[in-house]
Ligand binder design. Sequence first.
Ligand code: NDP
Length: 280
Amino acid sequence: MTEINGKIVSAALKDKIAQEVKENGYTPGLAVIIVGDDPASRVYVNNKKKACAYCGFYSEEYALAADTTQQELIALVEKLNQDDRIDGILCQLPLPAHLDEKAVIEAISPAKDVDAFCEADVGKVMIGNYTFSPCTPAGVMELLQYYNIDVSGKNAVVIGRSNIVGKPMAMLLLHADATVTLCHSKTKNLKEICRSADILVSAVGKIDAVTADMVKDGAVVIDVGINRNAQGKLQGDVDFESVKQKASYITPVPGGVGPMTIAVLMQNTLTAYKANKKIK
Ligand code: NDP
């Protein structure tokens, strides 16, 4: 069994980005908006700012009060859409309940939608012709590639069908020629379907969503889930200790998929910068 190390792979990707930025004197700019004081969101935003500094990017943070109105938030997005120093805009989700997430995402200029959350970007991923990679699924594909895990012709099972993880994950695996099954909370015979997987990706958001009896011997197991256990520690969806006895490759949580999401976000911001500045 090989434990996939997302810290190493993400550092390699960020190093490549940092080198390109330094060598060419680029100044990609990312604006991160956070509304309210959700502790998990704060950690994610801090990590994104750190990654910007590491890659040599310019970054701005907008920490808005929890009672910020929809109009104020949209006005900020529209101001950033016009700001030449800013190539990518991301609004950390979830937003407080009184705000309309979909409207905020759609207000971000498509040229600056580095999270690739807007409807047009999600649709382009389906066609396979996209500018911005869906960050988490593309991060998973980077991990598979780094470890020379062949996807073509393999049975891939994805659990979870959200627009930001499960669905685009299934599409990227399909584009890489896997035979893909997409499961969700209404799936019947989940265990049997998972046991057919050469590559099993869990994006559920529940501790122990994947147990050893759901995993085929030698399967590649990718855990996207980020949960807090009773002790307040980060834990994935996969029962790591028992599943690692059966898997050929497995991602830990933390230190697996999580760091990759941010590295792909940096890559998307560099892509946005080059497109905005018309650099080939
Ligand atoms: P969502 O809550 O939007 O989606 C969860 C999916 O899991 C749904 O499709 C749901 O099915 C399905 N599901 C729920 N319970 C079951 C079950 N018992 N059996 C099978 N399927 C089930 O979550 P996200 O996609 O946004 O995120 C998933 C996880 O990944 C979370 O833990 C999140 O924190 C994490 N995450 C990690 C990232 C990273 O960088 N590592 C980035 C983004 C997310 P249905 O559609 O039927 O309700």
